[in-house]
Write a protein that binds this ligand. Structure first.
Ligand code: M6R
Length: 603
């Protein structure tokens, strides 16, 4: 989704802005633009398509200045075009604004401004903002620009992260936000702004996180913070301990491939017991719980489905998994005896954050599981724990998924030890497996030729089915999501036993069915389900750590044995790589699949 970068200092702003925008390309976008203060004027350059179009624009040489704002746009209101891309200016060209989010009442505001003689050049919701600021600035007698910004944002309904520059307040960038993230990177004699830390991580690792409806006025030597009444406030510096190189591709062709291969280390890092030190949920509280609700979107939701199996097995607490966009609009049955867990790699997913606020309002304790320290979700939740996956750049989530499962398993073990509802041997056995998991993932990664061959064999198919039982079904869900989002092959997941209740009608000669079979208690049943599809002509692919007759299947992917509750961390790896190679074989942009955004900050 849209990305924001800002710079004020002594260097050429455009170089830093463009580099920052390139680092945010992974978020997904369809147009880009930036504006700098050149002497006493605002210079603006915008384009449809990639940031490289801006770099190649003949006019770029004349856009000079040391202070600027920049944006990559993911269209919501108005088609992707130069006209609709940001920054947007007021009618006099004295105020420039970039905006992430959606202004829900923009039609009403636009009519208000049209009646007062303002004209509009784009189809966007954003264009009302610079004009509304202008309206208030004039109403205030051309004084106090910050106050005009506050008055204008008081009128906005919806979500926004805003960067504003103006010839009325030369040398300053004003920023504010509501339900969309913005951070400030602190430099020496220069300061940076961004929607995501990787954009400026090569310049600084000292950040300030702007809170809801707060304002910051940023100059090259100073950052002033204000609350929504424009009273001065103090903010704490946060050090981001991600290595700068963590946001680079290294020797890999794509971020996704790099992130898949990082999993042995990231999973082991996340399993580091130190990780849960900050979380102290007492035994009495856990004993009193009537249920756990896990809420998330996409891959994070799929990690939640794996975790449901782990919590129920080890803690004997009913655990529900909910899609955040549904949860937030019903009246879920939760109370102060519910622990609500919200999983989000980015910590910025709008639906997940809204669901968290709802759960909190109903008295549930809320726990965020995220990869990004200081992200919006951590500011809302009662407790936060962190996966140690490092920055995940590829839109398709891989290392975040396995790290989320690792962290949630650790959490379930911690709860189980306090609750003492299952035989302690079960926990001991599980713990004993943790130190070896990295080498088992490495073993699976070595077999990439097989995954590549399978990918080549399925790319001409219209549909692919993923099936499994119990915890294997949870992995099937993730396998199907991965394949469809990056290779654009239609993929569905079904619990194996459900096939004959309808979906089996879709199986005919050559349709690939990928079965995940790791649960030794269900192996015979799962093999029978595979036989059923084979008899109907399916191309059969099995991922297993059980001894099963390989002759029956077109492809068999053997993975190391491991405790059933940890098996998803292993069985998902071949599925990630099959999807990756399928997308590569189709010459698709693996890291930036069409229509998708890394961080979904609007609902
Ligand atoms: O940042 P989040 O974990 O909250 O993101 C949730 C989903 O948008 C995300 O997992 C999405 O489904 C990915 N594209 C999956 O690969």
């Amino acid at each position: 989704m849209c990305g924001i970068v800002g710079y004020v200092g002594n260097k050429s702003a455009k170089e830093i802005l463009l580099e920052g925008l390139l680092k945010l390309e992974y978020r997904g976008y369809d147009s880009a633009g930036f504006a700098v203060i050149n002497g006493k004027n605002i210079e603006c350059l915008k384009c449809k398509g990639r940031v490289k179009n801006l770099k190649e624009d003949k006019k770029i040489g004349s856009v000079i200045g040391n202070l600027g704002i920049a944006h990559t746009r993911w269209a919501t209101h108005g088609e992707p075009s130069t006209r609709n891309s940001h920054p947007h200016l007021d009618n006099e060209g004295k105020i420039a604004v970039v905006h992430n989010g959606i202004i829900e009442n923009y039609v009403e505001l636009k009519n208000f401004l049209l009646e007062r003689g303002y004209a509009f050049l784009s189809d966007t919701d954003t264009e009302v903002i610079p004009n509304l600021i202008d309206y208030y600035y004039k109403l205030n007698g051309n004084e106090n620009f910050l106050k005009a910004v506050k008055q204008a944002t008081d009128e906005l309904v919806g979500s926004y992260a805003l960067e504003i520059i103006s010839t009325h307040n030369l040398g300053e960038i004003i920023i504010t936000r509501k339900d969309s993230p913005l951070v400030i990177g602190k430099g020496v004699g220069e300061n940076y702004i961004c929607s995501d830390v990787p954009a400026v991580l090569s310049y600084t690792n000292v950040f300030y996180y702007l809170g809801e409806r707060e304002f910051a006025v940023i100059t090259k030597n100073d950052i002033k913070f204000y609350n929504n009444n424009l009273e001065s406030i103090k903010k704490e510096e946060k050090i981001v301990d991600w290595e700068n190189s963590a946001a680079d591709k290294g020797n890999f062709e794509d971020y996704m491939l790099k992130e898949i291969f990082e999993q042995p280390r990231k999973v082991e890092d996340t399993f580091n017991i130190e990780n849960l030190k900050s979380l102290d949920l007492p035994k009495e509280y856990l004993n009193d719980l009537n249920k756990i609700v896990i809420v998330a979107c996409g891959t994070a939701k799929n990690a939640g489905t794996v975790a449901k199996n782990v919590f129920e097995n080890l803690c004997r607490i009913e655990t529900l998994v909910e899609v955040a966009s549904e949860f937030r609009y019903r009246n879920p049955i939760i109370d102060n005896k519910t622990l609500a867990i919200f999983i989000s790699q980015s910590g910025e997913t709008a639906d997940t954050i809204a669901a968290l606020k709802l759960a909190k309002s109903k008295g549930a304790k809320t726990l965020a599981v995220t990869n990004v320290k200081g992200s919006s979700i951590t500011r809302e939740a009662d407790y936060s724990v962190y996966t140690l996956a490092g920055p995940e750049i590829a839109v398709a989530s891989t290392k975040a998924y396995t790290s989320q499962i690792a962290l949630l398993t650790l959490l379930a073990i911690d709860f189980a030890e306090k609750l003492n509802r299952v035989d302690s041997k079960i926990i001991e056995e599980l713990r004993a497996e943790l130190p070896n998991i990295g080498s088992k993932i490495n073993f699976i990664l070595e077999n990439k030729e097989l995954y590549h061959n399978i990918a080549k064999d399925i790319i001409e198919n219209r549909d692919v089915f993923f099936i499994g039982r119990g915890i294997d079904y949870a992995v099937a869900e993730e396998g199907a999501l991965k394949l469809k989002e990056i290779s654009y092959i239609h993929a569905e997941s079904y619990s194996s036993g459900e096939l004959k209740h309808g979906p089996i009608a879709l199986i005919e000669k050559g349709v690939p069915v990928i079965g995940i079979i790791t649960d030794e208690d269900l192996v015979e049943k799962s093999v029978s389900n595979m036989q059923e599809v084979i008899s109907r002509g399916a191309k059969s692919i099995v991922v297993t750590n059980q001894e099963i007759e390989s002759d029956n299947f077109d492809y068999i992917i053997n993975i190391p044995k491991i405790n059933k509750l940890l098996s998803p961390i292993l069985s998902v790896i071949p599925l990630q790589l099959i999807s990756y190679y399928a997308a590569k074989e189709k010459s698709l942009d693996v890291d930036k699949p069409r229509n998708l955004a890394k961080s979904v900050t609007v609902e």
